[in-house]
Design a protein around this ligand. Structure first.
Ligand SMILES: Cc1cc2nc3c(=O)[nH]c(=O)nc-3n(C[C@H](O)[C@H](O)[C@H](O)COP(=O)(O)OP(=O)(O)OC[C@H]3O[C@@H](n4cnc5c(N)ncnc54)[C@H](O)[C@@H]3O)c2cc1C
Length: 487
C-alpha cells in the first residue's frame, strides 16, 4: 500500500488508552476494531454503540448507481471499499460470530416516464465514460428480471456490482468484534475534548469522567461538528441530512417479491427498494435539510409509498412494519473527512453522508493504518479534513424550538406533479404489524409522531407538509431546501 507520512505515531500519554474514538456508529466502531486488531489499546465513547444512522440506513453498496457528476474522486474510494466488502464481511463474521446479511444481488435501476428514462440514459453514459459496468435494458427486459414491476416501466440499467448489507446487523457485529478485540466502551457522550499542550489528549465524558488517550478520533456522525473543546477552525463542517424510510415485510407466500436492489426515477423523484433475505423490504429515502429533527412525517411516508406503488403495484398488499428517520453526516463536497486535523493528536472519520455503509471497510483500514503508523494511506489522501477551512457546525440548535420544523418532502424532483390518491397503506392494510410503526429515529432530534405510518388517501402531496408539524424538540434547522440526492 502506498502511504504518505503526515504525523509521527503518537505514544500513549500516561494511563488511559492509545486511542479514544468519540462515536460508536459503524464508522467509529470499524475504526476501533481495526485499531485494536493491530495492537492498540482502544476506547469508544457512545451512549448507544451500534446505533446511529445505520439503524435506519438501507445498506446499499452502491458505488456505481450512486455515481454523480463531479464525484469521480469519491467514486475511486467507493469502488475501493466495494472491492473489499466480501473479505471484510468474512473477517467480521468470523471475529464477531454474527452474520451481517451481505447479499451479492446486484441492482436494477429503472425509469417510469420519458424524462426519467432520459435521466437514466445520462447516468448510463456517465458509467460508460467512467469505465463502469452497467447494461441498458428495455422495459420488457427489466420486467423479465423483476416480474412484479409495473407495465409502465420504460427501461433501465442492470448493474451487477452494487450489492447490499444489513446495516443494523453490521453495527451489532462491529460491537461484538470490538468487545472480543478488547475495546473498552464508555456508554456516555463525550462532552469536551481534552487538549494538553496544544495536543488532543482524550475527552471528558458527560458525567465528568476524564478519559485520557494518546490519539482521539472524532467519529460522531452528524454531531461531529458540535464537540466542546475543539478549537475553532478544526471542527469538521458536517451537517445532518435527514432521511425517512419505510420497512415492509414480504410474507413467504409472496417471495421473492424482488430479487435484487431496485432503484428508480419516478416522475423525477428518486426511490429505492432493498429486499433482504429475511423478507424485510426497505423503501427509501427522503433527503431533507431539517437540522437534527428526526420526525417521521406523513408527507415523507406518503411520497415513498406513492412512488413505490407506481413501480410495484403489489406492495400495497405487504404488511407495513416500521417507519423511521435518520441523519446522514453530510459534508460540503459529499465526501468523508478522513485523517489528521490541524490539532495534533485529533483525527476525524466522519462526513460519510449517503455512503457510510459502503465506505465502512476502507475507512477502518485507512484509519487503523494512520493510528498505528502515523501514515495516511494513499487511498484516503484526497479526503483529509484540512481540505476545508472549517467553521462551527452549520445546522441550528439541537434543542430547537416549538413548531419550528417546516416539513417538506424533498426528494429529488419533489414538486413535479404526483399521482394523487395512489398510496393506500392505511390502517388495516396488510397483516400483523400494519399501522404500528416502531419508528427508529437516530440522533438527537424530536420524538417520532405516533401513528405516523397510517398514511391515507389525500395525504400531503409533493412539497407539502403543513406548518408547525415538528414536535417539541424538532430542531430549528438550516431551513428546508431540496437536497440534490436521495439518500
Ligand atoms: C435514510 C438513510 C439511508 C441510508 N442508506 C445508505 C445506504 O444505502 N448505503 C450507505 O452506504 N449508506 C447509507 N446511509 C448513510 C450511512 O448510514 C451513514 O453514512 C453512516 O451510518 C454514518 O455512520 P457514522 O458512524 O459516521 O455516524 P452515525 O451513524 O451518525 O453515528 C455517530 C455515533 O456517534 C454518537 N455520538 C454523537 N455525538 C457523540 C458524542 N459527543 N460523544 C459520544 N458519542 C457521540 C452517536 O450516538 C452515534 O452512535 C443512509 C443513511 C440514512 C439516514
Amino acid at each position: 500500500m502506498h502511504t504518505e507520512t503526515v504525523m509521527p505515531p503518537a505514544a500513549r500519554v500516561g494511563p488511559g488508552a492509545d486511542v479514544l474514538v468519540i462515536g460508536g456508529g459503524i464508522i467509529g466502531l470499524v475504526t476501533a476494531w481495526r485499531a485494536a486488531q493491530r495492537g492498540l489499546a482502544v476506547a469508544v465513547a457512545d451512549p448507544e454503540p451500534g446505533g446511529g444512522a445505520a439503524r435506519v440506513a438501507a445498506g446499499m453498496l452502491a458505488a456505481v448507481t450512486e455515481l454523480h457528476y463531479g464525484e469521480e474522486q469519491l467514486l475511486a474510494l467507493n469502488l475501493a471499499s466495494a472491492r473489499r466488502y466480501p473479505e471484510f464481511v468474512a473477517e467480521l463474521e468470523e471475529a464477531s460470530g454474527r452474520e451481517v446479511g451481505h447479499r451479492s444481488c446486484g441492482t436494477l435501476a429503472v425509469a417510469l416516464d420519458a424524462d426519467d428514462r432520459a435521466e437514466l440514459r445520462e447516468l448510463h453514459a456517465l458509467h460508460l465514460r467512467t469505465g463502469l459496468d452497467s447494461e441498458w435494458l428495455t422495459g420488457r427486459e427489466c420486467r423479465r428480471l423483476e416480474p412484479m414491476l409495473a407495465p409502465g416501466v420504460r427501461g433501465g440499467l442492470r448493474v451487477g456490482d452494487d450489492h447490499q448489507v444489513d446495516p443494523r446487523r453490521l453495527g451489532a457485529a462491529l460491537v461484538a468484534a470490538c468487545e472480543r478485540a478488547g475495546v473498552v466502551f464508555h456508554r456516555s457522550f463525550a462532552e469536551r475534548l481534552t487538549v494538553v499542550r496544544d495536543r488532543a489528549a482524550g475527552a471528558v465524558l458527560a458525567d465528568g469522567t476524564p478519559v485520557a488517550a494518546g490519539q482521539v478520533v472524532l467519529a460522531a456522525g452528524s454531531l461531529s461538528g458540535r464537540l466542546g473543546g475543539v478549537p475553532e477552525g478544526v471542527l469538521p463542517p458536517v451537517r445532518p441530512v435527514k432521511g425517512q424510510v419505510v420497512r415492509l415485510a414480504v410474507p413467504p407466500a409472496y417471495a421473492p417479491f424482488l430479487s435484487r436492489n431496485l432503484r428508480a426515477v419516478v416522475r423525477g423523484c428518486h426511490i429505492y427498494l432493498v429486499p433482504r433475505e429475511s423478507g424485510e423490504l426497505v423503501i427509501g429515502a427522503t433527503s431533507e435539510e431539517q437540522g437534527w429533527d428526526t420526525t417521521v412525517t406523513a408527507g415523507g411516508v406518503y411520497e415513498l409509498l406513492r412512488d413505490a406503488h407506481e413501480l410495484l403495484p403489489g406492495i400495497t398488499e405487504l404488511p407495513l412494519v416500521e417507519t423511521g428517520a435518520g441523519l446522514r453526516p453530510g459534508s460540503p463536497d459529499n465526501a468523508p473527512l478522513l485523517g489528521p486535523t490541524a490539532l495534533p493528536g485529533l483525527h476525524t472519520a466522519t462526513g460519510h453522508y449517503r455512503n457510510g455503509v459502503l465506505l465502512t471497510p476502507v475507512t477502518g483500514e485507512v484509519m487503523a493504518e494512520l493510528l498505528v503508523t502515523g501514515e495516511l494511506p494513499e487511498a484516503a489522501r484526497a479526503f483529509l479534513p484540512t481540505r476545508f477551512v472549517t467553521r462551527p457546525a452549520v445546522a441550528g440548535s439541537v434543542s430547537g424550538g416549538q413548531g419550528a420544523a417546516r416539513p417538506t418532502a424533498t426528494r429529488v424532483g419533489a414538486g413535479r406533479p404526483g399521482v394523487p390518491g395512489t398510496a393506500a397503506a392505511g390502517p388495516g392494510t396488510g397483516g400483523p404489524g400494519a399501522g404500528h410503526p416502531a419508528a427508529a429515529g437516530a440522533g438527537a432530534g424530536g420524538p417520532d409522531i405516533p401513528g405516523s405510518a397510517a398514511v391515507g388517501r389525500g395525504a400531503a402531496g409533493p412539497g407539502a407538509g403543513g406548518p408547525g408539524a415538528g414536535g417539541p424538540g424538532a430542531a430549528v434547522g438550516a431551513g428546508a431546501s431540496a437536497a440534490p440526492l436521495p439518500r
